[in-house]
Design a protein around this ligand. Structure first.
Ligand SMILES: Cc1cc2nc3c(=O)[nH]c(=O)nc-3n(C[C@H](O)[C@H](O)[C@H](O)COP(=O)(O)OP(=O)(O)OC[C@H]3O[C@@H](n4cnc5c(N)ncnc54)[C@H](O)[C@@H]3O)c2cc1C
Length: 1012
């Protein structure tokens, strides 16, 4: 029997918001029979001897202390998460001390004593902690593979408890990993039936009211079966998933195995339901689907599945759970500014659970042969279970129409109570190695220690039965975090009358997991047309624009600052209204993929809204001090004519950010966009011009100058009337601008200096050679994906892109850490899809033009000639046609002196480098003259702290990707050869477009002053 003996490689619709449940509505589900059944279950459970085991779990020092000290719990669970990556006692000890030395953490005596003994007791400390964590893991994870879990499954069966086997896995990052999961599932489904065939019959476990049910039950997670499981592309994802799922389901059908689709994060919900339904319609297997009651869309989801099952005359099971990712969903929604998909209060989840139970019980067939839903309850909450049993009885359905399911290692006393009550109970049994098992273990630890946990209340706190079994009700939860975001975060001033009067908050990206969003976006981008703009303005025409802008300056300088701000707010509204169409223009003009284009326009809107709010207070006189008899004040004035020279890689966002910053601070503006992307810049210009007109702004405040950089651009920056130049682009052009705009030296001949009226201010953002350090304790599931996105998003054509990956491996350049990282990174990169950016599933589009392609190719050739090792250069698909594609390319064995480790490439080419230690990695990272972005993946707190101190870049990102800075949240910009000037989207950015003025007035008159 294999049961995967080969060594594992070590490893929508908008949520239909049902009306918030009121306490009254929930209390309406109060029913004496629920209390009766609940009490029976609870009493039997409390009396059962397995309760002692549960109590022991909570009394182990790690869990006990976790519940006493929330600070310890956070740090300890973080340590548990990192634990499997730690190779020896030394690493365990240093990481543990690091975590437990964080501020606000108290340490339990058992470990405190060992820690106090210091280095002498390293081995002992590591041993105590390792055995505790391994003990906990073995409580929730039944074995390292199915074969090792088999004896336990047999014992369970003997005790009258069925099972569903779940294969724990690392995140699936590549086709190779997806294939490996498929192999394991196939192995399980093929071999497990033979293994269990000889077990004694258990009629209660093998039949329900409609007939026989399979003995072998397997749970699968769809995300483990495709590296392209991305809800932005439903059809593409389903195609790739079906490729691997179909053989699994066909084997399951032939072997008589039940397969349940687990439900994962909300983003996958609609995709999972759609896939499940298509699979069921195509293959006649025993099918189950997990559905979550913590979703506000829970009841609608339940109705959708029931209606489908009836309509298709298909019998399926639904495992109703509350949901395992509550914290994640809450955090993710807040970060994205999306409405939270999960209920805000625990009682709402419980109430929704009971309402979903009703929907499913109504859909339960009474006789064999019909379509509908059989209900399985995935809960350890006696109230939730009792409500379902009462619902069953009130419909005259037999008890065996319902199945109870509980997790391995949890609520054993409830399981045995259920057996005693003649209920069919199944245990969900995860098997797998430590590394992939950790995410599951941490979810269980959080669940067991949560103050919201019914299990903890029922069996640890021994709460009163009436309280435990009461109908779900409670106070209305606090407002959705997305609704109160602006006030909660206060990212900007909130001047009265500017915009909505609230502080700035980042524009939410499109949630492409929603099918309506996808469809509207696809329709808009397909219709979009790129304005045809000739880059033909001459230096003479540019000089004329400057002269007009100079003449318009005094009136605009003295214009009401609030009105100037309202121009930006109006422009933001127009951008928002045309958002998807403008994405279409960028996709067609610059080759951005869907998400990249959407992020670009969000950033443009953000600049408008943010700078509008930040500018107004700058022009209000601020009093300094409160001296009686002396009025000291400071304020700012605009500088004059500003020239904006913008790049093609953020053709809207950066152009809009620099232009609006200059305008809102009272400067008149000439916009010279990149020659590659004048179309989107023209649209921006028209939008701003319309907004200027609407407030009666003076004529000639804003000019559009599409033109060649070498001639007209060069003339513009040299025009003596120009006061400010804001530039983003290459280092060489940036240096030329800095040089051209500096005043002549009075000591090098000529009298030019004496004719000057002002000195030009230059704001210059020039580029990067950004590194990400992968430390030994890095979470590779996350690091690989984030680095892949940072390196190849928009084809690597971002100044913030990752172009060096520095992997720490004490064992050398070919050691296990770097080899493992490279293997996963290369395979993950291989699964990217290259093609037409108009298609949702495309990850990598063409580079901007042939010139860029030739330059990037020359770096690839150089790397080969310098003996860097080419790990991957993906083949181009036939569909690439004649466009300028460069496939993602990975080199390893790159040394700091190699050209591709030093020079900015601006394309999808990444250099993987080796460092023996974290210190050495920092040294390599800092060795570049560019100082823009940098990243660290590490789970060692002191290394993260060291990076904050010593990794000298403008924007440092820890345990996340290094691109995609958000206005107001991650002010963006670097130093060294990355540029001069302060950060775009930050507090000081606008200060560069103004000059400070101050006045001091003596208010003392003949010995008296107003304020005394
Ligand atoms: C057999 C089985 C299979 C499972 N499969 C899946 C699966 O496929 N997908 C999945 O996501 N989960 C799955 N789970 C995990 C399951 O979601 C949790 O174990 C379950 O939510 C715990 O609920 P309970 O009724 O046992 O406990 P309770 O203590 O009654 O409920 C705890 C749950 O309430 C919810 N909650 C907690 N705090 C709040 C709050 N402040 N506001 C709103 N809601 C809150 C959360 O969902 C939390 O898990 C499965 C569980 C079982 C038993």
């Amino acid at each position: 029997m294999p049961l995967f003996p080969r060594k594992s490689s070590r490893k929508p619709e908008p949520p239909v918001v049902i009306p918030a449940l009121s306490p009254q509505a929930a209390a309406g589900s109060g029913n004496p029979r629920i209390i009766e059944v609940g009490k029976e279950l609870l009493e039997r459970a409390r009396g059962h001897k397995t309760g002692l085991l549960s109590a022991k779990f909570y009394s182990d020092w790690l869990m006990e202390w976790s519940m006493k000290d929330p600070g310890f719990k956070v740090q300890m669970f973080r340590f548990v998460d990192a634990f499997p990556m730690l190779k020896d006692g030394e690493q365990i000890y240093t990481h543990l001390t690091d975590y437990l030395n964080q501020p606000g953490v108290s340490v339990p005596p058992v470990i405190g004593t060992a820690l106090k003994a210091g280095a002498l007791a390293k081995g002992m400390t590591a041993k105590i902690v390792s055995s505790q964590i391994e003990g906990m893991a073995s409580k929730f994870i039944a074995g390292h593979d199915a074969a090792s879990a088999l004896p336990g499954l047999k014992d369970l069966w003997g005790d009258g408890i069925a099972f569903s086997v779940d294969l724990l896995g690392e995140a699936c990052l590549s086709d190779a990993e997806a294939d490996e999961y498929q192999r394991k599932y196939l192995d399980l489904i093929t071999n497990l039936p033979e293994q269990v065939a000889a077990w004694k019959g258990q009629p209660r476990l093998e039949t329900d009211h409609l007939g026989a049910i399979p003995r072998v039950n397997v749970s699968i997670k769809i995300s483990s079966l495709s590296a392209r499981c991305d809800p932005i592309d439903t059809e593409g994802s389903i195609r790739d998933l079906m490729r691997r799922i179909e053989p699994i389901l066909e084997t399951a059908r032939d072997k008589g195995v039940f397969v349940n689709f687990d439900m994962e994060q909300f983003a996958f919900k609609d995709l999972t339901i759609e896939l499940f339904q298509r699979c069921c319609e195509k293959i006649k297997f025993d099918a189950g689907l997990a559905m979550q009651a913590y979703l506000k869309s829970g009841v609608e989801d339940a109705k959708r599945v029931c209606d489908w099952a009836r309509a298709k005359n298909r019998l399926v099971s639904v495992r109703l759970v509350k949901g395992a990712y509550w914290d994640y969903e809450t955090i993710k929604a807040e970060m994205n500014g999306w409405p939270c998909p999960v209920w805000g209060a625990k009682w709402q989840t419980d109430a929704c659970y009971e309402r979903m139970v009703e929907v499913f019980l109504d859909a339960c067939p009474r006789t064999a042969g019909g379509g509908g839903v059989k209900l399985a309850l995935g809960s350890h909450n006696a109230r939730s279970i009792a409500a379902a049993i009462a619902g069953l009885e009130s419909r005259g359905l037999p008890r065996n129409a319902l199945e109870l399911q509980m997790l391995h290692g949890m609520a054993d006393q409830l399981k045995h109570a259920a057996v005693e009550m003649g209920l069919r109970i199944r245990e969900y049994v995860p098997v797998g190695e430590m590394i992939p098992g950790m995410a599951y273990l941490v979810r269980r630890l959080l669940e067991n220690t949560s103050n919201e946990s019914w299990l903890k209340a029922g069996f640890l706190d021994n709460a009163d039965a009436d309280k435990l079994l009461a109908a779900p009700s409670g106070p209305s939860p606090k407002a959705d975090l997305a609704e109160v975001g602006p006030e909660r975060h206060k990212l900007s001033h909130a001047p009265e009358g500017v915009g909505n009067g609230r502080p700035f908050f980042t524009e939410a990206y499109r949630d492409f997991s929603r099918s309506q969003v996808q469809e509207a976006f696809a329709a808009a981008i397909n219709k979009a047309t790129v304005p045809k703009i000739a880059n033909d303005r001459t230096p003479a025409q540019a000089a004329e624009m400057v002269a007009k802008a100079d003449a318009a300056f005094p009136a605009w300088r003295d214009f009401d600052p609030r009105q100037r701000a309202s121009v930006l707010v109006k422009a933001a509204a127009t951008l928002r209204a045309q958002r998807d169409a403008l994405s279409g223009v960028m996709i067609k003009e610059s080759g951005k993929t869907w998400r990249e284009a959407d992020a670009d326009i969000c950033e443009a809107i953000d600049f408008c809204e943010y700078y509008a709010r930040q500018a107004v207070p700058m022009f209000e006189r601020q009093r300094l001090g409160r001296f009686i008899g002396e009025l000291d004040e400071q304020w700012y004035q605009p500088r004059g004519v500003a020239v904006i020279i913008s790049p093609w890689n953020f053709p809207l966002a950066i152009c809009c950010g620099m232009t609006t910053a200059a305008l809102v601070t009272g400067n008149t503006v000439i916009v010279k966009p990149a020659e590659q992307t004048p179309g989107i810049a023209r649209i921006m210009f028209d939008i701003l011009q319309e907004a200027l007109n609407s407030v009666g702004a003076p004529k000639d405040v804003l000019h559009f100058c599409p033109a060649p950089g070498e001639t007209t651009g060069a003339a513009l920056v040299r025009d003596p009337k120009v006061a400010v130049i804001a530039f983003t682009g290459s280092r060489d052009v940036g240096l030329d601008i800095l040089h051209a705009s500096s005043p002549p030296s009075p000591f090098s001949g000529g009298s030019a200096a004496s004719s000057l009226s002002h000195i030009k201010k230059v704001i210059c953002e020039m580029g990067g050679k950004n590194a990400v350090i992968i430390d030994t304790s890095a979470d590779l599931d996350e690091a690989v994906l984030a680095v892949r996105h940072s390196a190849f998003g928009f084809q690597g054509q971002k100044c913030s892109a990752c172009s060096r990956i520095i992997v720490v491996d004490p064992a050398g350049e070919d050691g296990p850490a770097i080899t493992n990282f490279l293997r996963r990174f290369v395979e993950a990169t291989r699964s990217l899809s290259i093609g037409d950016p108009l298609l949702p599933g495309t990850d990598v589009g063409p580079v901007i033009d042939e010139e860029a392609k030739a330059k990037i190719n020359s770096y690839i050739e150089k790397a080969k000639s310098e003996d860097c090792k080419l790990e991957l250069q993906m083949p181009l698909p036939a569909s690439a046609g004649s466009r300028a594609f460069i496939p993602p390319t990975v080199f390893s064995h790159v040394k700091p002196n190699h050209t591709i480790a030093r020079e900015e490439i601006f394309g999808p080419v990444v250099a993987v480098m080796h460092a023996k230690s974290f210190d050495e990695a920092l040294k390599i990272a800092n060795s570049s003259a560019y100082k823009l972005t940098g990243g660290v993946y590490s789970r060692k707190p002191s290394n993260l702290e060291q990076a904050k101190r010593e990794f000298r870049v403008g924007n440092l990102y820890l345990n996340r990707g290094i691109t995609g800075a958000l206005v107001g949240r991650q002010p963006f910009g670097g130093f060294g050869m990355s540029g001069v000037g302060s950060k775009a989207g930050g507090m000081d950015y606008l200060l560069q477009f103004v000059e400070p003025r101050a006045s001091a007035e003596n208010t003392l008159r003949r010995g008296f002053a107003p304020e005394l």
